[in-house]
Design a protein around this ligand. Structure first.
Ligand SMILES: [Mg+2]
Length: 394
């Protein structure tokens, strides 16, 4: 019983279920029970931002190209995103959580950590508090939230995912390692597909297996993070919940290549992937930015960067990719040498107040974008440098 259990810390991870899709169903109840896919229109080149559980049954997943989602689920209801509306719901979600503790850290529009360690007298034992959170979110917002309750952020985060949707999983103090042990390594945040593959090669497939590894064996995969990864696999994570955490000043991705890139075609493809992931992160956070910046590190570690201010904020990965390619092409005109690392970043962030529909349905912009993409595709195949395209942005 939790009443008798001593909790050194009580951390809750709260994650709204299929948030964008659930939000759309909320204001259009006739969509309930249907496969709802948010992120773009069929025929568009966007990616899925969220899919209802009915759509997931067809294999549709977040970050999948819309075209693929259409193939999997041709009768799905495809909707553009409305981030202003999602922001408003997110604010109400946060206000509910703040009734339970002043220590609430929003990590994205639909996801937060709460520290209830010092809230027991006002909100009851952890399980009661968690049930109350779920009830208030359901009654006041009409949404379901999955909760994980544990002694650390990491274990709470893993727990909230175990019974999704509408889940509630409490992992008692002392039960962390044994609960994590049978789970596949990819359940741990921060272990991506590449690491999973490399772990498999050394015979590690579960978090229990990972927890038992000597740090030296993991150093080739995780470098200096090896000890931390092992501790986390055992359920140890001392990071505090930080309500003061500064909202991100910029969002971006970078990648160091296994082999230096020399081919323009490869460089452009890498930039496109980085832009795609940056755009996806922005959309997930409900943010748009006005500045696109690139970073380039040559094989001799000389590192250079460039940025450009856009006429209006964006979260569109195609637009980000286009600018990033142009900026990198200019850098490569100044110095042509093998490339070790590329980074794409969007700064000057603000809430995505503009509905995607305003642009998504603007034929002029579509026209221009499609031309740019055709252009880009042509150059891509020709393997040429992307020249300045300032004219298109002004
Ligand atoms: Mg969620």
């Amino acid at each position: 019983m939790s009443v008798a259990t001593h909790w050194p810390r009580v951390i809750v991870h709260a994650d709204l279920d299929a948030f964008f899709a659930a939000a759309e169903i909320l204001r259009r109840p006739e969509l309930r029970g249907k496969p709802v896919i948010v992120g773009g229109r069929p025929g568009g080149r966007g990616v899925v931002a969220a899919a209802s559980y009915e759509a997931r049954a067809y294999g549709v997943r977040s970050a999948m190209p819309i075209a693929q989602a259409v193939r999997l689920c041709p009768h799905g209801v495809f909707l553009p995103g409305d981030h202003a509306y999602y922001r408003e719901l997110s604010g109400r979600f946060r206000a509910i959580l703040e009734r339970f503790s002043p220590l609430v850290e929003m990590v994205s529009v639909d996801e937060a950590y709460l520290d209830l360690s010092h809230s027991e007298r006002s909100v009851g034992p952890p399980l009661e508090a968690a049930r109350a959170i779920k009830r208030q979110v359901r009654e006041e917002l009409g949404l379901t939230v999955s909760l994980g309750v544990a002694t650390s952020r990491l274990v709470a985060k893993i727990a909230s995912d175990l019974d999704k949707p509408d889940g509630l999983r409490l992992i008692e103090p002392g039960a962390e390692a044994v609960t994590l042990a049978p789970l596949p390594v990819e359940r741990m945040p921060g272990i991506g597909p590449k690491s999973v593959e490399r772990l498999q090669r050394i015979g590690v497939t579960t978090l229990g297996g990972l927890a038992r590894m000597p740090a030296a064996a993991l150093r080739p995969i995780f470098g200096r993070r090896a000890d931390e990864v092992i501790a986390r696999a055992r359920g140890i994570d001392p990071r505090p919940v930080n309500p003061e955490r500064e909202p991100a000043k910029s969002i971006g991705r970078e990648r160091t290549f296994g082999q230096d890139l020399t081919d323009r075609h490869e460089i452009e493809r890498a930039l496109y992937h980085l832009a795609e992931r940056t755009g996806r992160d922005l959309r997930r956070e409900g943010l748009q930015g006005r500045v696109v910046a690139v970073k380039l590190r040559y094989s001799d570690f000389e590192t250079v960067g460039r940025q450009r201010r856009l006429p209006r904020p964006t979260d569109d990965h195609q637009e980000i990719a286009e600018v990033a390619m142009d900026l990198v092409a200019r850098l490569l005109e100044e110095r042509q040498a093998p490339v070790r690392l590329l980074g794409v970043r969007v700064a000057g962030l603000g809430p995505a107040a503009i509905q995607l529909t305003m642009f998504g349905d603007d034929p002029l912009r579509r026209h221009r974008l499609n031309h740019a993409l055709d252009d880009l595709a042509a150059r891509y195949h020709a393997g040429l440098v992307i020249p300045a395209r300032v004219a298109r942005h002004t």
